[in-house]
Ligand binder design. Structure first.
Ligand SMILES: [Zn+2]
Length: 406
């Protein structure tokens, strides 16, 4: 027996009475997040909307049972409930906050899709109403920022005009003659939603009574999904919530930058420019420091066997970048080997002037084998990191010993 869909005639019916025509225990359905014992319920009539056409199902109560899911099973609507009703005559009550939110998003989608198509020739190929955000996929060239804003503005103009949203019935041919936005090839009598002088679209979903009830359409991001353009949008209560959280973000950011919300962009640009300038200054200072420190280290380190000069240092409180700069300066001198470690992090840097004739990569590998760590490099320049920074002393001693034992 076909379930009478009360929402087809009146999407504002929140409570209804009905008779149970079928009730059976259902197996748990982990995919739908249903783990306990549940019942499948079919009523002679229902105001509960099942998931379909991009709009999620309603929730609410049937008698004292909670409705967990509502499914469209062709002629019938199946309600998944958490207990068996004690009486075959039941009262149904849908969660109106959830439903009205869905109606705002869904009607807003009809309107927004119509604007994209009519004004910019971009047809909607799919719609998804999500828990936080809704999306439509547009086909065609990339919608520019002007197009996104233009469609939003045109949609909101029709919201302000508070035009009636009505249901029309007709065959596919009749609807086509009336200028339906998306033609369908189904037979029989179809249901279509008309927004006065703006849109006519076949749809079995639930909608508000007039465009004013959509409240507001707010277009968000647009991203490329395969061949189409996915436009995120929110309507009504969600638009207000998003505008509020956007402003909070702006306010917090302005507070961090110590400026007014209107000045966030210029303050951020300035902060980034300062950061870049500081980075350059620090880099230049480190380079100068490395040159001085290398000259000092070379003067104070006498050459050993085979005229090799080994500068071995554990450096305290330096960035790994400084090890590079320091080593590079040291090995500009012939027959010089730099064996460096950063005390806190355990970074290692072994480098040589090619005339020193060793293999820094092999040396580093040997140290890592003994003390643990990883890294690598070339014959003249190798970088690594000890697993335990406290082993830096031992690591450098082993490296030095290995060079001399060659
Ligand atoms: Zn619809």
């Amino acid at each position: 027996m076909a379930t009478r869909r009360l929402y087809y005639d009146d999407a504002f019916e929140k409570e209804f009475t009905a008779r149970v025509v079928y009730c059976e225990v259902r197996p748990p359905d982990v995919n739908s997040g249903i783990t306990g014992t549940v019942w499948g319920l079919i009523l002679d009539r229902t105001a509960f909307y099942p998931s379909s056409g991009g709009q999620p199902n309603d929730l609410g109560k049937i008698g004292d049972a909670n409705v967990l899911d509502v499914r469209d099973e062709g002629e019938e609507i199946l309600h998944i409930v958490d207990r068996k009703p004690s009486d075959p005559d039941v009262n149904g009550c849908i969660n109106w906050t959830r439903r009205f939110d869905h109606m705002q998003q869904h009607t807003g989608q009809h309107l927004l899709s119509a604007m994209f198509q009519e004004r910019f020739g971009l047809p909607t190929v799919s719609f998804h109403l999500g828990a936080e955000i809704s999306t439509i996929d547009l086909r065609g060239p990339e919608p520019t920022a002007e197009i996104l804003e233009g469609a939003e503005r045109a949609a909101n103009q029709i919201v302000f005009e508070d035009r009636p949203v009505t249901v029309r019935y007709g065959t596919a041919e009749q609807l086509a003659r009336l200028g339906v936005r998306k033609e369908v090839e189904r037979s029989g009598i179809l249901r279509a939603i008309e927004i006065e002088s703006a849109d006519l679209q076949p749809c079995g979903g639930t909608h508000v009574k007039s465009t004013g009830q959509i409240g507001m359409v707010l277009v968000r991001r647009c991203t490329k999904i395969r061949q189409d353009w996915r436009v995120e949008f929110v309507c009504g209560g969600r638009a207000a919530k998003n505008a509020r959280s956007d402003f909070e973000l702006l306010r917090e950011t302005a507070e961090k930058l110590s400026c007014a919300p209107e000045e966030v962009t210029s303050a951020a640009t300035r902060a980034l420019a300062e950061r870049d300038a500081n980075f350059k200054t620090v880099r230049a200072t480190l380079e100068r420091l490395a040159v001085e420190a290398a000259a000092l280290a070379l003067r104070s380190t006498p050459s050993g066997p085979e005229e090799l000069r080994i500068v071995s240092r554990i450096l305290d409180g330096v960035a790994p970048e400084y090890l590079n700069l320091f080593a590079t300066e040291l090995v500009k001198s012939e027959k010089t080997i730099a064996l460096l470690a950063a005390k806190e992090e355990g970074n290692l840097l072994f480098a040589q002037h090619p005339s020193a004739g060793n293999d820094m990569n092999a040396l580093l590998k040997k140290v890592h084998e003994r003390f643990g760590g990883k890294g690598g490099g070339t014959r003249d320049f190798a970088r690594g990191k000890l697993s335990d920074a406290a082993q830096a002393d031992g690591a450098l001693a082993l490296a030095k010993e290995t060079v001399y034992a060659r």
